[in-house]
Design a protein around this ligand. Structure first.
Ligand code: NAD
Ligand code: LMR
Length: 332
């Protein structure tokens, strides 16, 4: 790890240097995510991999004058793309079309994520793995199972990216309250699909919303993805806002790895919070540190309504998680 410490030529201070690999870099999320990661000064080696198109994306973003090298990798070069990586971000997989749920993507994306996880376990066993591919509630457990089978599972290094729900919550609440979304911090817990997404509005300045407004707001946050799927009309789901969310979360993980203090983001992790009830993974606020997960925070004080929403979320999560685990057991 010491060899990763480098001094940036344009900076008077020492900065950590990290290799970040994007699996699925040629896609709708992958391309803008790669652009945003090129702008992150902690990323010094950006490895872009896809079944198709990654060398082109790499050549393109490589002209941006930030202090990182960018390389595109073809399917034969997956091992090279992963070797030495500190953070592996996975937006590889098919997106929804109108009328589909995220769970409808399971049949296609489960095997894509399983196979990429196998490669990550072999070539980047110590990297932080950030899963964007849907259905996140199931794909994260898939990665955990693969890493367990390979004997390299580290629960502190596996994350489901739920940041887009946090972004939406800030934006949507600000539209109702007439505030600046930049100042709206909403903790979103649970998982990443429909009713498993639970924004904790009682912990914001907006706990006084009337029930109708509150319920409409919660519903919009829970089903914000559908808004985009519908508007794109068959051309996919959120890509640009997701790239921003993915870049923000990757940046937070890198800040944690670099030893920065008080780096906190909600994320879907192997969590002790409801394990006794059979919920192996749950999203809550997590402090990120040099080992990945540093502290998993409990949910804090909830309103009665939020208690009920969390209860419902847990029921669905148990099934979603079990589906991922079973898939790897049946299809190792
Ligand atoms: P896309 O079809 O535009 O891009 C997906 C990319 O993955 C393609 O370039 C494809 O070639 C690549 N790919 C497929 N199989 C691969 C493999 N085995 N190895 C490497 N690359 C592979 O889709 P998109 O809009 O970028 O969405 C990607 C995924 O992200 C979808 O599953 C979508 O549901 C999910 N998503 C998640 C969130 C979230 O909040 N977590 C938000 C938006 C989208
Ligand atoms: C989202 O929340 O936008 C993503 O999970 C994509 C989707 O299918 O809605």
């Amino acid at each position: 790890m010491l060899s990763k410490i480098a001094t940036r030529s344009f900076s008077s201070s020492q900065a950590a240097a990290y290799k970040v690999t994007v699996l699925g870099a040629g896609g709708g999320i992958g391309q803008p995510l790669s652009l945003l990661l090129k702008l992150n000064h902690k990323v010094t080696d950006l490895a872009l991999y896809d079944l198709r198109g990654a060398p082109g994306v790499a050549a393109d973003v490589s002209h941006i004058p930030t202090n990182s090298t960018v390389k595109g990798y073809t399917p034969e070069q997956l091992s090279e793309a992963l070797t030495g990586s500190d953070v592996v971000v996975v937006p590889a997989g098919v997106p929804r079309k109108p009328g589909m749920t995220r769970d409808d993507l399971f049949n296609t994306n489960a095997s894509i994520v399983r196979d990429l996880a196998k490669a990550a376990a072999d070539y980047a066993p110590n990297a932080a793995i950030l899963i964007i591919a849907n259905p996140v509630n199931s794909t994260v457990p898939i990665v955990a199972e693969v890493f367990k089978q390979k004997g390299v599972y580290n629960p502190k290094k596996l994350f489901g990216v739920t940041t887009l729900d946090v972004l939406r919550a800030s934006r949507f609440v600000s539209e109702i309250a007439g505030t600046n979304p930049v100042n709206e911090k909403v903790t979103v817990v649970g998982g990443h699909s429909g009713i498993t997404i639970v924004p904790l509005l009682s912990q914001t300045n907006h706990k006084g919303l009337d029930v109708e407004t509150r319920d409409a707001l919660i519903n919009r946050i829970q089903f914000g993805g559908d808004e985009v799927v519908k508007a794109k009309d068959g051309a996919g789901s959120a890509t640009l806002s997701m790239a921003q969310a993915g870049a923000r979360f990757t940046g937070a993980v890198l800040d944690g790895l670099a030893g920065e203090k008080d780096v906190v983001e909600p994320t879907f992790v192997d969590s002790p919070l409801f394990k006794s009830e059979g919920v192996e993974f749950f999203s809550s606020k997590v402090t990120l540190g040099v080992e990945g997960v540093k502290t998993i925070h409990d949910l804090g004080e909830l309103s009665d309504h939020e208690e009920e929403l969390v209860k419902l979320a847990k029921e669905t999560l148990i099934k979603n998680i079990q589906k991922g685990v079973e898939f790897v057991k049946q299809n190792p």
